[in-house]
Write a protein that binds this ligand. Structure first.
Ligand SMILES: O=C(O)CCC(=O)C(=O)O
Length: 264
């Protein structure tokens, strides 16, 4: 195994891929043997899960004062208008259009699973071809003063008219098989940071049922929240759904922050 191959493995591991899914790909598509896998998993850059995560640090982030705060008991959701410029939104939409695949839902083995629970399309950004994905990732991380590598790489989503994502939480549900699979590397999801890339005239709101709050998409506006309570327990009140845009497409990007660094 050469150095480049190992480097590529570390980059893939950093993206937010699960260990289950990545090892399956390396075994089945790249013909890695058990020996190879062992060597990859023993690379010195790969960190073990910490015994203790300081979730308080995620709770007490200093949010820039220009953000608007929607306050509920024990839950805060923020919006920030014009977080991305018109030009940034256009570039992100172009890149999303070039990389679309049907969106998937989580499942215990992290196999590609398409469902009528989530009918949008998703896109990863090709950081080797363009900078817009990486630049946006860094912009979000700087804004929240969080380390970009304690998080999944920014992803894009497109909803055609009538497409949706029904009620769900962004955190992984403790005591499930899925939880084990998705949190094995980088831990639980903490903050969700989403940006609308276009205005949507009818429908397309992000709807938080328990908070009676519907956020209307506006080009460049960010909406963000912590999915956990101060000491790390999942906040069920953050349940939300993407209502279908009725007449036109809706585009968003999202970065999901996690709990700990995988790669040193
Ligand atoms: O598109 C939206 O408004 C919400 C998206 C969402 O909930 C998700 O991708 O997890």
């Amino acid at each position: 195994m050469n150095q480049e191959f190992k480097q590529e493995f570390l980059i893939n591991a950093m993206s937010g891929a699960t260990k289950t899914q990545l090892l399956r790909t390396y075994r089945e598509e790249l013909n890695c043997t058990d020996e190879n896998i062992k060597e990859l998993l023993n690379l010195p850059e790969i960190q073990k899960a910490p015994k203790f995560v300081n979730y308080w640090k995620f709770h007490k982030l200093k949010i820039p004062s220009l953000a608007k705060c929607y306050k509920f008991p024990f839950t805060k959701i923020y919006t920030q208008r014009n977080f991305l410029s018109k030009q940034e939104c256009t570039e992100l939409i172009e890149e999303i259009e070039d990389n679309l695949e049907p969106s998937c839902i989580a499942n215990p083995d992290d196999r590609r699973t398409v469902s009528d629970y989530r009918t949008s399309s998703s896109a990863s950004f090709n950081y080797r071809k363009t900078n817009i994905g990486t630049d946006t990732d860094l912009k979000i991380s700087r804004y929240l003063k969080l380390d970009p590598f304690i998080g999944e790489w920014v992803q894009g989503q497109k909803y055609g008219p009538g497409e949706y994502y029904k009620e769900h939480h962004d955190f992984f549900h403790p005591f499930t098989e899925e939880y084990k699979t998705y949190t094995e590397w980088m831990g639980q999801r903490t903050w969700t940071f989403m940006v609308y890339l276009n205005d949507v005239k009818k429908g397309g709101e992000t709807y938080f049922k328990h908070l009676n709050l519907a956020i209307k998409p506006e080009r460049g506006m960010a909406v963000f929240w912590n999915n956990l309570y101060p000491f790390g327990w999942p906040n069920l009140k953050t349940m939300h759904e993407a209502l279908p845009p009725l007449e036109e497409e809706k585009y968003i990007i999202t970065k999901w922050f996690r709990s700990w660094h995988l790669i040193n």
